[in-house]
Structures are given as C-alpha cells and as structure tokens.
Write a protein that binds this ligand. Structure first.
Ligand code: SER
Length: 885
C-alpha cells in the first residue's frame, strides 16, 4: 500500500468517525524550547492545557515531524527517520481510553476492502503504563488480546510528555511482530526491532512541570479535561505494509536511493557501508527539503545548524560513494516529485528550496577543498617527523572549522597510510559538548525564572488598547523585581510592571517596544521597554522617577506620541521595502527577519550573492513611489486560510486556527500578516533611503534604511558633506566627480615618479656603499639598509656593489624596507665562496631576527621579513659569522 494511500485511509477513518481534518502545522512553531515540531499534538497544546477553546471536539491530522536526536543511527537501523509523518487523532474532552482503543484497533485490523490496513490481529501486541488496569481491561474487551500480549512498562516507556513542560499522560503503544526471523521472542520488552512500534495512544490527563528526560519530572496536576492524543508512524506502517526491509526503502524514500545509484554508479544492496550512505542520503534529502520549505536556512546554530549538518552529510556520503559532481539539486527534485502530492509547498517553493540547498552544497564543496588541503599539510607534517598518527587536534579542527565528519578524516588518513588519534579527538569533542550543555543549562534556568509570571499568564492576556488610543487607564496587577513579586516600588528603582491593559506596543514582529510613561497620584515613571511573556502578558520595564507604585493602584499608561509616530513609519516602511524587494527580485526573496524602530528599519531575506547597484536603486525607487501613491493602509482580522487565499504573505510559524491580522497597503502591492502599528496612509511614511546591503549569513542578505525625518536628515548630512568637498576643491558640486578623478590620476602619476626617482637615487648609491665596505675576517663586507628599494632593485644594486668590490672574498647583504615589508638579499662573489661563505646559510641564520624566512644557494640567497627593527642585529649576525670563518 502506497504511503499516500496510508495517509488517506487514516484521515478517512477518523473523518467518518466525526473528526475534523486539520492540516499539518509548520515544522517551526514559536516555542524557543522546541527545535522542531516533533509530534502531531504540538499545534494543539493550548487546547489540552485549557488555555484556548478548540473549535472542534475531535480532530485528525497527518503532521510533519522532525527528530534529529538519533541522527547517528540513520541508515544503520530499520526505523530511524529524521523526517517522518505522524498520523494522529485527538479528543479534547470528548472520548477517552475506550474510544481511542476502539478506533485504533479497527483501523489496523479492518480488511483492505473495508478501508483498513489489514494487519493480522494475532501479530499485534500492546504495552500499557504500569498500573493502568483500566486500559488492560479495555484491550481485552475490545481486541480480545490475551494477557501474554499485553505488557506493563514504566514511566520511561509508557508515560508520554513533550520532554518540556506541557500536557502529559500515561500511554499505550501498539506493536507489530515481524516474526522470529527478526529477533527473540518475548514481546516489545525483549526486542524492539522484531516488535515494531506503530502507534502510540496517549491518555492526556496531567500537566508536566520542569524536569529532565522521560521520567524525571514533576507532575503539576490534572488537566481541565481528559483528552486523547495519538500518533501513528506513517513510514513504519508503510514499511510493514510494503514488505520492504526498512523505512528507507518505502515508496516515497527509495527513489532518492535510485537517483544516488545513478549519480554515483554504485549499486544499493551490494556493500553494507555503501548502503548506510545511500540511506543517509535518502533520509536527509527529504528532511532538508521539508525544513527549507518551512523557512529554515543553513546556519551555525539551532535549526540552521541541524539543516547544515544534514546537507553536509548528504554531500559527504555522496562523495564517499564516488560522486565527483554536485548532487544535492538532483535529490531535491526527487523529493519534490515524491512528496509534493501531500506537501504542495515543495513544488510551489521549489526554486527557493533548490537555491538554498545547492548554495549550501557549493559552500561545503569549497571548505571540503580547503579542508582537504589542511588535511594534506597535516599528513605531510606527520610523515616528515617520522610519525604515523594525525593529532586529535587536527581532526577536531577539520570537524569544527571545515565541517569534516570524523569518519571522512579517518578514511582519508587510511588512504595516506596513517591513523588518527581518535581518543584525542573525542576528548576535544567531549569538551565542546560539555560547553554546549552548560550553555543549554543556562538557557533552561532562564526559562525557570519565568515561573514568577505563570499565575499572571494563567489569569489571562493583557488587553492591548494601543491600536485605538495612546493613553489608557489601567490597574497594576503585579510589580516584579529580580524575578520576585513585591507589593510596592519606590522612587529611584527599576521594576517590571504588569497591567491589566496597556496602550504600549510590546516588542514583536520586528517592531521594538513603545517608549512611554506611567502616571498616577504623585507617581511619575518612565517605561523603557515592553516585552511579551508567553505571547500574551505585557511586561513593562519601568524606572520609578517620583512617588510610589503599589500593586492594585490605578495608573494611566501613556505612549510617547512622537515615538509611536516614528514606529509606525518604521514598520510601514518595512512593509514597503519588503514588497519592493519581492517586486524587484521575485518571490524567492523570502523574509528571514526584520527590525524596525522610529526612523530606521532593517530587513533580512534569503538570497544568494549580493545585490547589484541597479537592483538596490530599483528597490529604493519602487518603495518611494509606493509611498508617493499615498495608498490607504487597511488592517483586519481573519482566519489563516482566508488570509492565505487573499495572497497575504504568511510568515512561517503561524498556526492552524490562529486568528491573524492582515495589514494591506495598496491592494496587491503589500499584504502581510502582521500585529504591528502602522501609518494611516503610505505618504505618512515619508522618504525611504536605503543605506546599503550586506551579508548576515550564508544565503541571507540584509538591507537597511532610514525613513521619515531621519531619512531627510541623512540626506541633508550627505549634501553638507558634498558641499564641504566642493568648497575644498573650489568647484561647484556637480563638478566634484570629474575633479576628484583628475586629482587621483595626477596623484598616481606623481607617486610613480617619486618611486622612480627614489630607486634611481639608491642605485646610484652603489659607489658610495662599495666605498664604505668594512672588513670581517678575510672578507670585504657591505651590509646595509636601503630603504624604499623593492626586492628586484635590491638584486640590481647588490650585483653592482659586488662588481665594484673586485675579486677578493666579498659579501654583500642588503635590506630593503617598503610597505612594512623587509626584503633582503645576500650575494657572495667567487672568492668569498672559496673562502667558505655561503649566502644561503647567512640568510637562514639572520632571517628570524627580522621576523622572516629565506634561503638560497651559496652565491645568492634572499627572503623577506616584517620587522625592520631587527636589521641592525641581522647585520651584526652577518659580520660575526664572517669573522669566524
Ligand atoms: N504525542 C505522542 C507521540 O508523539 C502520540 O501522538 O508519540
């Protein structure tokens, strides 16, 4: 049965049992604790916790999931996919254990003709949480399972949570027995490779607190309702129903292996190590495409790092399989063909996906070359010193700086007849991991500190009044200082203030927070910043300037009107630049981040390579023309699917069921989902001046701009600069460029002439230098500093001096001094060589004194250093060496 069919049957089964079909959420949701969405229930967390009322009592979905904890296992086992699809059914206080078990059992065991999967009931096993006798009884009633095929397991296996605070509960898992050929008897407890887990039914009934791992956390108490969350592994069911050996050979994944066979000329199934590489490519190519589709870009941390690692593993594996050309683009096409029937974004966004993936491959192929060079140097050095082990530190640098996985280094070492100090390497890796862990720990503590806000968050969201007014009367709900609530704040202190309502915009969506003040009887306080906690609680960071602030006080919160006016210009200006950018560059210029405040904005977007001056000018022109059109700015609230249908640019991470606010400026010109504050019509933004464009990471560019009065001020400053230059040059402004060009040309010619005259003067000094020759032992010696002479002229000069010294043993050592470099040269005439002087030896001995290196033959040797201060010591060295001969 094909994967698309497995998905379809799942959804149909639950839809006909009254469930609402819900689309998969993006792989990226705005939760700093969760790298990627890793289960079907993630988008429903607020419903389980009772924070939001679900629009349906039961739902079903097939959710895109990414889990990368076991990335090293990929390709080695039968069932580790970094990307997989979790089919699930959910009940929000509707049916509970019996309903979930009945629905799962019937889909699994119904015949193919009846729309089921047709699994043999005799081969299904289940596990339940230790004391869940109720579930055991239901399994017996519903499925007629005998005692020996129901196993009780502990918290680590049968108590499910997301690994972070949130809903949790005991669970019951369903396993399929592949038969004795695949492992020992004894059920899932004995062998999870023979008994494959296919479905997890979670009886979601408690709330989990902080803690660690799967079984070391606090249970805070029951959820408002008893819920169901289930997850069936679509790839696992596919692998069992398709009669293949593992998840990599299922219908949607295997075509990538076939493409890899084509590109590398090797056959899947002939050699174990090669097979692992084929499977790594197949798994990772799919995950990479899905991640890029959802807005992830390769980078050095967090999500971006995971994507980078996946793409590099593909490139490396393909090379180890013998590919010598770029391959990633081809794999992306195969993934699109297989997966786009379920995930159309892979087809509609394909150009961007392709550009990002291939860009990363190109970058890695570059470091692969420089890394290989570094490896060769290290190998040569090891061999030259008569050893055979490449130090762990080199392997670590290759890994850390050049992205070389250790097994690539090992393989290359083997080819060179060397080994690698793996223990040393692992030690350095462990140190690095320890640092990373300490980092993560620190972040967790920051999260723990948020507990003071919890009861306030539970009380409900802060009401934002700032779209309609700038002054709002509000009640002080809490005063917090150093993470602790306090009843009162005195003048001169900095505290955080939570109000029931506020007109001040809290930083979000790239717009920084409003500045303003609080006032009340005798109270004057300045608001320096406003941040949101849990997306809904406004935390005002406040300095009390006069009087006292008490919990329960009534105060008036004011937005500084000048600030707000600037902020609206900054934010609307950002939308203008975004729209102009897409008009000029096309839809691949996808937003990657932004920041705006009064007078200034910056906008990051996905793009390979820099923008041309013409493109920049065009973006600026289009933005300013849109300002000039004086488009009306309309804002309205709707649901996500309607907003998308209207063509609003949806940012990644919006959730199904979310109400979204659309900001529309000039009809189709700009339509974005946005919660920010905006001008009333586009002319109010004022002029937009692009400041420049730069790179902020691999494949991400940034434009910056001034808006409004700041834009004018910037231009006025530039005009004053130009006027200043014009007056110094004594020409009108419009003649400045021609005049500057003239001056530069003349200056260059004059510099050349100075150089020529200098060299002439030095060369003509050969006579006086020869006359100043000293004696050292049996030698006539000229050793001198000749500033301003290039390495070439040194040779001419030295030859001239040598000729003037005649045939008695003579040595000439000259030191230049140009542009912070010290070229030097030693020549020895025939008599000098007979007397035992060797130019090469002399140079080698004094070179370190001037911070350089050099060498050569007996008659002539040269080199260069960087430290002119060492020249007298070098000259002394030459004289001493010759005296001793
Ligand atoms: N949330 C559970 C899991 O991920 C069931 O959907 O296994």
């Amino acid at each position: 049965m094909q994967t698309h069919e497995i998905r379809r049957r799942f959804l149909d089964h639950f839809i006909s049992a009254g469930h609402t079909e819900v689309a998969s959420a993006s792989l990226i949701l705005h939760d700093p604790n969760l790298l990627f969405v890793n289960a079907g229930m993630v988008q429903f967390v607020p419903y389980f916790l009772g924070q939001q009322t679900p629009p349906f009592a039961t739902a079903t979905s097939v959710q895109k999931c990414v889990r990368t904890l076991d990335i090293e296992n990929v390709g080695h086992t039968t069932r580790h996919n970094t990307f997989f699809q979790m089919a699930g059914n959910f009940s929000f206080g509707d049916y509970f254990k019996r309903g979930a078990i009945e629905l799962a059992w019937s889909l699994l065991t119904k015949s193919l003709d009846e729309g089921g999967y047709g699994f043999d009931p005799e081969r299904l096993w289940v596990t339940v949480y230790l004391d869940d006798d109720e579930a055991i009884q239901i399994w017996k009633d519903v499925a007629g399972l005998p005692d020996e095929r129901i196993q009780r397991r502990g918290m680590a296996d049968n108590y499910w949570s997301m690994g972070i605070p949130g809903p949790c509960g005991p669970c019951s898992e369903i396993y399929y027995d592949r038969g004795p050929a695949y492992g020992k008897d004894g059920g899932p407890e004995a062998d999870e490779d023979r008994y494959i887990e296919i479905w997890n039914l979670v009886f979601m009934q408690n709330e989990r607190g902080l803690g660690r791992g799967k079984d070391d956390f606090e249970i805070l108490g029951p959820l408002p309702k008893q819920n169901i969350d289930t997850g069936m592994g679509v790839e696992r069911v596919a692998f069992l129903l398709q009669g293949v050996d593992n998840v990599y050979e299922t219908d949607l994944v295997r075509p990538v292996i076939t493409k890899a066979e084509e590109l590398t000329g090797r056959q899947y199934g002939s050699k174990h190590e090669d097979d692992v590489r084929f499977r790594v490519i197949a798994d990772h190519a799919r995950t990479a495409a899905m991640l890029i589709a959802d807005g992830v870009n390769p980078g050095n941390e967090g999500r971006g790092y995971i994507l980078r690692r996946l793409l590099r593993r593909i490139v490396r594996s393909a090379r180890l399989l013998g590919a010598d050309k770029p391959v990633v683009g081809e794999f992306m096409s195969v993934v699109r063909d297989e997966m786009s029937p379920s995930y159309p974004e892979l087809a509609t966004d394909f150009d961007r996906i392709q550009t990002v993936a291939v860009g990363e491959e190109t970058a890695f192929l570059k470091t692969l070359t420089s890394g290989s060079k570094l490896f060769e140097e290290a190998a040569d050095e090891v061999k030259a010193s008569g050893k055979s082990v490449i130090p762990g530190s080199e392997a670590f640098t290759l890994h850390d700086t050049y992205g070389f996985p250790i097994d690539l280094t090992l393989e290359m070492a083997e080819e060179a007849g060397l080994t690698v100090d793996e223990a040393g390497f692992r030690e350095l890796m462990a140190e690095q991991r320890k640092r990373a862990k300490e980092d993560a720990q620190a972040r967790k503590h920051a999260h723990a500190d948020l507990s003071v806000y919890k009861e306030l968050v539970d009380r409900g969201p802060t009401e934002f009044t700032g779209f309609d007014e700038l002054d709002t009367e509000a009640t002080v709900l809490a005063i917090i200082s150093g993470g602790v609530r306090q009843p009162v704040a005195e003048a001169g202190t900095d505290v955080e203030v939570i109000l029931d309502r506020s007109p001040l915009y809290a930083e979000s969506g790239g717009q920084i927070a409003d500045r303003g003040s609080l006032s009340g009887s005798g109270l004057k306080a300045k608001v320096n910043d406003v941040q949101k906690i849990a997306k809904k609680l406004w935390v005002h960071k406040v300095t009390i300037e006069q009087g006292q602030l008490l919990e329960g006080d009534t105060v008036t919160a004011h937005v500084d009107p000048a600030w707000r006016k600037g902020a609206t210009q900054g934010h609307s200006g950002t939308h203008m630049v975004h729209a102009a950018l897409r008009q000029v560059l096309g839809p691949n210029a996808v937003q990657a981040g932004s920041m705006n405040k009064p007078g200034y904005l910056r906008f990051d977007f996905n793009w390979q390579g820099g923008l041309s001056e013409a493109q920049r000018d065009e973006i600026e022109r289009v933005s300013n023309e849109a300002v000039g059109e004086d488009f009306a700015v309309n804002t309205f609230v709707t649901d996500l699917p309607s907003a998308k249908k209207m063509g609003a640019m949806a940012l990644f991470g919006e959730n199904y069921g979310d109400e979204v606010r659309v900001v529309e400026i000039g009809g189709p010109f700009s339509m974005e989902l946005c919660g920010g504050t905006h001008v009333g019509s586009s002319a109010q933004i004022g002029p937009i001046t692009l400041l420049g464009e730069s790179a902020v990471g691999s494949g991400v560019r940034r434009v910056e701009a001034y808006v409004g009065l700041d834009s004018y001020k910037h231009l006025a400053k530039e005009r004053a600069l130009l006027a200043g230059i014009a007056s110094s040059l004594k020409v009108p402004s419009d003649q400045v460029p021609g005049r500057v060009e003239q001056i530069v040309t003349r200056l260059k010619a004059a510099e050349k002439e100075v150089e020529r005259l200098k060299a002439q003067a030095v060369l003509s000094s050969a006579g006086s230098l020869a006359n100043g020759a000293t004696t050292a032992g049996r030698f006539r010696v000229v050793a001198a500093k000749v500033p301003g002479v290039s390495a070439n002229d040194l040779r001419t000069l030295a030859g001239d001096i040598k000729g003037r010294l005649g045939s008695e043993p003579a040595v000439v050592a000259l030191f230049g001094d140009v542009d912070d470099k010290v070229p030097f040269l030693v020549v020895v005439n025939a008599g000098g060589q007979d007397a035992g002087a060797r130019a090469g030896d002399l140079v080698k001995s004094f070179a370190p004194k001037i911070g350089g290196r050099g060498g050569g033959k007996a008659d002539s040797a040269q080199g260069a250093g960087t430290d002119a201060a060492g020249i007298p010591a070098a000259i002394a060295d030459v004289t001493a060496a010759l005296s001793g001969l």
